[in-house]
Ligand binder design. Structure first.
Ligand code: PHE
Ligand code: ZN
Length: 880
């Protein structure tokens, strides 16, 4: 395990590496409990490095077995070793070859960083700082080297040997049971993109012909017996390759592209050059075991990792502060890809929901940080929604501000100028600025300031003059380490809607820059006047969610319902109904706290009914529009003094009101499912989503055939989407037949761990009075496994994030359970533990009994006897 003492690393302290490593030759001898790595590094002094400067290499719990320079073993006085560094003194003044022999134990690697085994397969994970768990190295992204990797293993154990780049040699070792393969990657790369896999794997193969006519061999490697679940991933890969050529002009640059799916993986997937390694949940799919959401996720993650080949691999980050340079940009690219493959508005709404539910709370609490942080103690804790999702929003705003052509010009310049480099956000922005002659100085604040800007808009219409005036104010609430902030550039897409529902174009706009239908806000306060409006318009602001801000437009309930029915912008149509529902639910929750009777607003109930029956709307859109704000959304919008029980009571009041008011319409919508053979495409998935949303409301209708309807839906389901939807309702509503159906599900799927993850998750998120006890009991289930990150996420993490009333039980026992797990998991896998720990980040927003319990648990964690740097960092920031 890494040393626990933490030193803050600061962006302003960046200095380039004193030495370069031009080539890396690795020889990896694999054995389950002892892998021996011989690294030959061609090292030379960087210009400007004084002769005699020590060479300080990073290491992490390595056993050093040999050290030589230009073939001569080093005597002990030439180097010093600490747990995390190897320092060489009297380094030659001329270029030299350093040979290092280390030994590691793949089987004992429970952190899943560096070289480890997952279900018998050797694999590596090197981002961010995992290469130093394999050998000593300048393990930083601005050291680019050409890698040649020789892998040797027992042939029976690992018939498949994979590395980055191209296979240049392979064979058996005569007289032994071992064989080898040599891989060479001609593209210089940072160590975090190194990868190697060895195991007994099956594969599926296909080819792709690039725009310049090169044929690329595509292979997806999986455990034997899973080959028939790779078709969707392969199809997604080919579509991604084509799309990147067409939309960004990016062509693939090797003759081979390999993907390996493993079942033990800390994150989603990893873009290692030519050898992507995936959490198998983002590869494997068939209708029996994967939901429509799984199919959509696979498509997006396959695309994301593939797109990294240009945004991340060919152009990488100078240092880890620049993480958003590759991640925000690549998320933007995968979101655009999915929008082109599916419905753009539906994709946009889903992405914004995710942003608001994950990133907004992060940005409003103790873990808030800028898209490009200035300081970290543990980089693994910065793979956050802010870096990824807000980072993508910033790129999207750039496109909105510069227009599609200006954006493409900037991207082209970026690829041309920085190909083969490790670079920065400044360099990225400079390309857009130069390509379009635009000053992006103020825009850069989006990378530098934490917190979600709150935009407050008050409007006044003057009938006599036909003017509409907006008083606009933007601000970011003070955050730890950021007491004040400066105004951001906010592109605010708008429409002024006339009584007939059509947009009314103003004859002129004063007080802000305007580009088409986008107002560009730059000042803390701005007064904007639209002229030439014959009647009072209804304002539609932030169309398409054109900026990641929290908008308060002070609109009346009637205006919101008007927008929900009339806005030509589908995003704002969705948003208006959500805003209206949020207002109603928050006031219901306040009544629940005051023990007053709860009754849903009939107008709101009607508006949802209209969405349900409006056949002009895409079913996928209707399914989303019918989805109420989650309990977590409502907690966030409540701000302080959050009482999860009151929120839950409010939400179920509205659900019941909707279910009973529209029971017949829901009953007919729930049986309107796609017919014929299963297809995961957007149209079919949308139809299923609407039918299952309707099924959910019917379950809340109070009708007396509910249980029969649900068990029937479960029994007749011929795909996982429908099956899990029915099972979720049976379990979450605590219906008597739930146990039997859970058992049926387990029998059917117990050999498919991704399906069993869903089985655990359904139970983890059941807000029943004994929800916590069930989850505790499930941690002792024979299929539960603390070593498997997906399983931990599907039970403990799902409980902490998806079961707000049980997690935040008033007696503190839910918090205590999660804290116990954080402490236990931390011993084995700090990354999984620290991520679980982030579920406490909004602890101060609870009402005082709960926040006191949460604080007590955080203090208990922080005083645990042994705590990793990862968890220590999160707990300390939470408590600061
Ligand atoms: N770079 C990966 C991605 O977003 C995420 C990742 C980070 C995976 C760290 C593993 C470790 O595509
Ligand atoms: Zn990524």
């Amino acid at each position: 395990m890494r040393p626990e003492t933490a030193v803050a690393i600061r962006l302003e302290d960046y200095a380039s590496a004193p030495y370069r490593i031009d080539t890396v030759d690795l020889d990896i001898q694999l054995n389950p409990r002892a892998a021996t790595i011989t690294a030959r590094l061609a090292i030379s002094r960087q210009d400007g490095t004084p002769e005699g400067t020590d060479l300080v290499l990073d290491g992490d719990a390595l056993e050093l077995f040999g050290l030589a320079i230009d073939g001569l073993p080093l005597t002990q006085d030439r180097y010093t070793v600490t747990p995390d560094k190897l320092t060489l003194n009297e380094v030659p003044t001329h270029p030299f070859v350093l040979e290092i022999v280390t030994r590691i134990n793949p089987d004992a690697n429970t952190e899943l960083m560096g070289l480890y085994r997952s279900s018998g397969t050797y694999c590596t994970q090197c981002e961010a700082e995992g290469f130093r768990c394999i050998t000593y190295f300048l393990d930083r992204p601005d050291v680019l080297s050409v890698y040649t990797t020789r892998i040797e293993a027992r042939k029976g154990e690992a018939p498949v040997l994979l590395g980055n780049g191209n296979l240049i040699q392979s064979g058996d070792l005569p007289g032994t049971d071992r064989h080898f393969a040599v891989w060479h990657d001609p593209h210089p790369k940072p160590s975090y993109l190194f990868a190697m896999v060895a195991g007994d794997l099956a594969h599926v193969a296909d080819t792709f012909v690039t725009s310049s006519g090169r044929e690329v061999d595509l292979k997806i490697y999986v455990e034997h017996g899973r080959e028939n679940r790779c078709a969707w991933a392969m199809d997604s890969l080919k579509r991604s390759m084509k799309w990147d050529e067409e939309v960004f002009g990016c062509e693939y640059d090797l003759d081979i592209f390999n993907i390996v799916a493993v079942s033990d993986f800390n994150m989603g997937a990893m873009e290692n050059k030519g050898l992507n390694i995936f959490n198998d949940k983002y590869v494997l799919a068939d209708p029996e075991t994967a939901t429509d959401q799984d199919y959509a996720n696979i498509e997006a993650v396959i695309a994301h990792e593939y797109f990294h080949n240009w945004t991340g691999n060919r152009i990488t980050c100078r240092d880890w502060f620049q993480l958003c340079l590759k991640e925000g940009l690549t998320v933007f690219r995968d979101q655009e890809f999915s929008s082109n493959m599916r419905s753009r508005p539906v994709k946009r709404i889903s992405d914004v929901r995710l942003l608001k539910s994950h990133q907004f709370p992060e940005d409003a609490g103790p873990l808030a940080h800028p898209v490009r942080p200035r300081k970290y103690t543990e980089i693994n804790n910065f793979y956050t929604a802010t870096v990824y999702e807000k980072g993508a929003e910033v790129v999207r705003m750039l496109k909105t501000l510069l227009g599609p052509d200006g954006f493409r010009k900037g991207m082209d310049l970026y690829f041309e100028r920085h190909d083969g480099e490790a670079t920065t956000i400044e360099a990225f922005l400079a390309c857009f600025s130069e390509a379009t002659s635009t000053d992006l100085g103020q825009f850069a604040r989006w990378y530098e300031q934490a917190g979600t800007p709150q935009v407050d808009v008050k409007s006044q219409y003057n009938a006599a003059s036909g003017d509409l005036t907006l008083e606009i104010n933007q601000m970011i609430s003070p955050l730890p380490g950021q007491p004040s902030s400066d105004p951001s550039v906010i592109p605010l897409r708008f429409g002024l809607i006339g009584p007939n529902g059509d947009d009314m174009p103003p004859s002129s706009v004063t007080g802000a820059k305007v580009q088409g239908d986008v107002l560009i806000l730059e000042d803390k306060t701005q007064s904007v006047t639209f002229s030439g409006l014959p009647s009072k318009p209804v304002l539609s602001l932030l169309r398409g969610f054109s900026a990641p801000v929290q908008l308060e437009a002070h609109q009346s309930a009637d205006d919101l319902l008007f927008l929900a029915r009339q806005d030509c912008d589908p995003f704002n149509r969705w948003q208006a109904l959500q805003t209206r529902a949020t207002q109603d639910l928050i006031s219901l929750a306040a009544k629940a706290v005051a023990n007053q009777p709860l009754k849903a607003d009939p107008q709101l109930v009607d508006a949802f009914g209209d969405v349900l029956t409006n056949e002009d709307l895409d079913p996928a859109f209707r399914a989303l529009a019918l989805q109420l704000p989650s309990e977590a959304d409502l907690a966030r919008d409540t701000g302080m003094n959050v009482d999860p029980d009151a929120i839950s009571a409010a939400r179920s009041t509205l659900r019941k009101a909707l279910g009973s008011a529209h029971a017949n319409a829901f009953k007919s919508a729930m049986s309107n499912r796609p017919t014929g053979t299963f297809s995961p495409d957007a149209a079919n998935a949308g139809q299923r989503a609407l039918a299952n949303q309707a099924l959910g409301y019917y379950a809340a209708s109070g009708e007396n055939d509910i249980e029969a309807v649900l068990t029937n839906a479960f029994d007749r389901a011929d795909n996982m989407t429908d099956l899990i939807a029915a099972l979720t309702l049976l379990v979450h509503d605590g219906l008597p037949s739930a146990e039997q159906r859970l058992e049926a599900f387990r029998k059917r799927h117990e050999d498919t761990s991704l399906a069993m993850d869903k089985w655990f998750m359904v139970q983890a998120t059941a807000a029943l009075a004994d929800g916590l006890e069930r989850v505790k009991a499930l941690t002792a289930h024979p299929l539960f496994d603390f070593a498997n990150p997906n399983r931990v996420r599907s039970l403990v993490h799902a409980f902490a994030t998806g079961n707000p009333t049980q997690f935040a039980r008033i007696d503190g026992s839910g918090f205590e359970f999660v804290a116990d797990n954080v402490i236990a998991i931390d011993q084995r896998n700090p990354q999984v533990a620290s991520r679980l720990l982030t579920c406490f980040r909004s602890w101060r927003a609870y009402e005082k009994t709960r926040s006191a319990h949460a604080e007590a648990q955080l203090l208990r964690i922080s005083s645990a006897e042994k705590l990793s740097r990862d968890s220590r960092d999160i707990v300390e920031r939470c408590l600061q």
